[in-house]
Design a protein around this ligand. Structure first.
Ligand code: HPA
Length: 272
């Protein structure tokens, strides 16, 4: 079965289960899945119940699709994503985004846990992604282009919508939340970076590093979806502090800022 047919089958089953389908999608990063629990009138579908949906195995990724209301708007949230470092193909990593696009999602908020490269950042900060560096060594659009999904050479000069970034600043100002802005560099993982890599990424203009988001953002733009990216700086990147990096710290920090994160998302969604 072609990728397109698999996407359409998954979308068709969700259309039946979820009608009407919301126009705002949210992808929740490591430790940030709790946003899905804050939705009113939730409908939950474990990924295993959706045809062709890849399974994610990382701790902190629940693996479920949840629809519900927040700030009077209906959203469709993906709690748990697949990563390249699990051995998934780019096709699997971007399957959920493709399905959201085919369902009619017009705005996608992509969130992640990331390491802070910018020395002004501290652990627990929230960063609006202004732009990205794709250093994953591959691209989700490699292979024959399916014109039903998007064009061969999509423009990437405004991946993260200026309108949505500005709106996020407005919400932060009104709610008194401090937010950062910066460039997200995506790496393949799963090993964390070396201090030399982090120094190099800093020279290249990166402010935060992570192992996700860029594939979804590229595919979303390919489909004409407006994207907003938000990183939770769960730790300072390798070499910034003398402590070794541990996944537990990522989860702890994400858990610690969940209240702020949910407040920010609610404010943003209420204004979209
Ligand atoms: N590096 C890469 N990915 C990450 C990090 C990091 O320091 N923290 C959370 N995700």
């Amino acid at each position: 079965m072609s990728n397109y047919e698999e996407i359409e089958e998954a979308a068709a089953s969700l259309r039946k289960a979820l009608a009407p389908v919301p126009e705002i999608g949210v992808i929740l990063g490591s430790g940030l899945g709790e946003f899905a629990d804050s939705l009113a009138d939730p409908k939950v579908l474990p990924y295993g119940q959706i045809p062709h949906w890849p399974k994610s195995q990382v701790i902190g990724h629940a693996g479920r699709l949840v629809t519900g209301s927040v700030a009077g708007r209906r959203v469709i949230a993906l709690a748990g994503r697949s990563h390249l470092y699990e051995g998934h193909s780019m096709r699997a990593v971007t399957f959920g985004t493709r399905v959201l696009g085919r369902l009619g999602v017009k705005t996608l908020i992509v969130t992640n846990a990331a390491g802070g490269i910018n020395l002004r950042f501290s652990s627990g900060a929230l960063m609006v992604i202004d732009d990205h560096l794709n250093l994953m060594g591959t691209n989700p659009l490699v292979g024959p282009n399916d014109d039903r999904l998007g064009q061969r050479f999509p423009d990437m000069s405004d991946v993260y919508s200026a309108r949505l970034r500005g709106l996020t600043d407005d919400v932060a100002r009104e709610t008194g939340l401090a937010i950062e802005h910066g460039v997200y560099v995506a790496v393949h993982g799963p090993s964390y970076e070396t201090p030399a890599e982090i120094r190099a990424f800093r020279v290249l203009g990166a402010d935060a590093v992570g192992m996700s988001t860029v594939p979804e953002a590229i595919v979303a733009r390919h489909m004409g979806i407006d994207v907003l990216g938000i990183s939770c700086i769960t730790n300072m990147a390798a070499g910034v502090s003398p402590q070794p990096l541990v996944h537990d710290e990522v989860m702890e920090t994400a858990h610690r800022v969940r209240g702020t994160f949910v407040t920010l998302l609610e404010g943003i969604i209420g204004r979209i």
